[in-house]
Design a protein. Sequence first.
Length: 104
Amino acid sequence: MGFLIPANSKKSLLIFGLFNWFDLILFGSGLGTSLLLLLILPVEQLSMAILALAPALICGFLVLPIPNYHNMITVIKNAIDFFTNRQRYVWKGWCVLDGETKQK
């Protein structure tokens, strides 16, 4: 008689089942910045329009939910941790003598 945890039990902790507070604040700040840039910059030119929309697009990409991860921010954090941390993993299993020689 085991205890079965539903697969979506963590989704109830998220807003709309997808976002946490940091994600919403990041996306909201990107949208706010884009709206401000749309009001300030002359968006008749394509380059200025892309520049004005870039914060919202970048923040939207970062909070985009993907399978097996929470969102793209977690994927980028995991990739940075993988490439910047120790790459040689020392096995400390039951069959290793931890650098000691066996006494006979």
